[in-house]
Design a protein around this ligand. Structure first.
Ligand code: RRO
Length: 310
């Protein structure tokens, strides 16, 4: 079976890669991704300056997923620009770079620097970090998001993507999609970032499980699968000329299959990669192949976006 796909003009030998933030902050992390069975890799969201992030504990696994308030720890965009300059583009795996400026001015500076370097990597702008105290998620402010795209798209003038927060209302799917459809170079949306500002409490000690923000943090893993599928499908239906990368709730080949049915052209893995390590990719690819063989599908196009409704 053929698990290859394409996004933003680049070919992926298979549809799986890491969710930004997991196993991708340092060159050592990224080397592990390069050496894995993934079809691509994406870097940790970068800011202009290096950041330590929030105090620990800031990531905790939960019975059906995870909670995190990392606070955008990263090496600063120059580090990822240097990595992108040294990346071996003859590799079958294309490189995605995630940028998450703390302001529009920061996103502008970083986009300009990457464009000036004329590299064949794909830029993904993160509009949905839920964990920097005092910084609301851009994706929930439609006017600010449109203003950001109005500034960044003319700088980029090449296919790019955006990472979105989960939406929970049909009016919000409609409003966001109407904005995205105004930008031809916006090639794809990645749905979803973590479900922001959950709270996990230990029953025995009656204490929040993570330290930052009084215990509030983004939820990921299996518990967010259905929210992720809804967002993938909502944007798949509303963005006919763009692609969707699905992320959220993948623990096995079955959830990858469901993301593709909902309309995903590629699928990222966060919590399960964090918990299982890079061997997760070979396992889940094998599981997906077995599902497709049983169902008689030979390529992703055979079932992408073909979820039936009653
Ligand atoms: O670093 C984080 O706290 C973080 C980011 Br930037 C993000 O986009 N999503 C998330 O769950 N954590």
């Amino acid at each position: 079976v053929d698990l290859s796909t394409s996004i933003a003009g680049v070919h992926l030998p298979n549809l799986l890669f890491n969710a930004s933030g997991v196993c991708c902050q340092t060159t050592d992390d990224l080397k592990q991704m390069q050496d894995s069975a993934s079809g691509s890799l994406i870097t940790k969201s970068a800011t202009c300056a290096q950041r330590e992030g929030n105090p620990s504990p800031r990531y905790v696994p939960l019975p059906t997923g995870s909670i995190n308030s990392m606070g955008l720890p990263n090496e600063g965009y120059q580090y990822y620009l240097d990595y992108a300059k040294s990346y071996d583009y003859s590799s079958p795996k294309p490189l995605f770079i995630s940028l998450s400026g703390l302001s529009l001015a920061e996103n502008k500076t970083m986009c300009e620097a990457f464009v000036a370097a004329k590299l064949p990597c794909v830029l993904e702008i993160n509009f949905s970090c839920p964990n920097v105290p005092g910084k609301p998620q851009l994706g929930y402010d439609m006017e600010a998001m449109e203003a950001a795209l109005n500034t960044l798209a003319p700088i980029l003038r090449q296919p790019f993507g955006i990472k979105l927060p989960p939406y929970f209302d049909i009016a919000h799917f409609d409003a966001a999609a109407a904005i995205f459809n105004k930008f031809d170079d916006l090639a794809y949306v990645t749905c979803i970032n973590s479900v922001g500002n959950g709270l996990a409490i230990d029953f025995e000690t009656e204490t929040a499980l993570i330290k930052p923000k009084d215990g509030f943090g983004g939820l990921g893993g299996f518990m967010v699968l259905n929210t992720a599928l809804a967002n993938v499908n909502a944007f798949h239906r509303r963005l006919p000329t763009k692609k969707v990368i699905g992320v959220g709730g993948v623990t096995s080949g079955k959830e990858v299959f469901l993301h593709v049915l909902a309309g995903a052209s590629a699928v990222q893995i966060g919590t399960t990669l964090k918990e299982e390590g890079p061997a997760v990719f070979a396992r889940i690819l094998k599981e997906l192949e077995e599902i497709m063989e049983k169902k008689g599908y030979t390529s992703l196009e055979d079932f992408r976006g073909k979820v039936k409704t009653l």
